[in-house]
Design a binder for this molecule. Sequence first.
Ligand SMILES: [Zn+2]
Length: 229
Amino acid sequence: MKCPKCGSENTQYVAVHHSGSSGSFTDACCGMMIFGPIGILCGLCGASPGFTDDYWVCHSCGKKFQAGTAKAAEKARQEKIQQELNAKARRKALLSAANPVILQNIDNEVIEAENRYKALKARLKADKQAFLQEYPACKVQNTFRMIGRGIIIALTGFIAFLAIDMDELITIIIWFLAAMVIGVMCMMPPYYIKLSPALTELNEAVENAKKYKEYLDRLKKARDEENGV
Ligand SMILES: [Zn+2]
């Protein structure tokens, strides 16, 4: 058995038997004198079986532990090892699939990707403002839509709040639906982006730049972990 504290195999099983009060001859005699023949039985039956206290002791660190504790600790340790192996395999796959030129220059690539993403985002913001200035009606419409969206989110949240007192399953279903509605509402881009092909394209470019930046971040992290940084 492996010690759950220090991992040493130098452990020993210990069993200590605590004897209970055994039904004895004197108990039976006393029982007979007081209660007659039934007393004999009662005296003899007063036997309690006692119990055995068993555990393991680690000779390396002195820890006392139960077999179950040690097994659970060992299982957790094995799972952790497996998780580390899986993470390592994923890292290796990510690194071997990467473009070697990019990988070699990853530190600069990450900075460049970040700058590209920031620049595109700033351009999208500026173009959006320019678009709304050019078409003021869109701005008013957009404001109304944003207010409408806010009302729907608030109402959905309120319905989910009311569902707390309902049947457990219904509550879970309503909360799930509410979370979906709120999530979709929050993630929808402003509608006017669809009105302008240029804005739509720019919006996609921003999304792609973000994904690429995140990919490079993962790649850099994998490279650092592989090098033990
Ligand atoms: Zn130990």
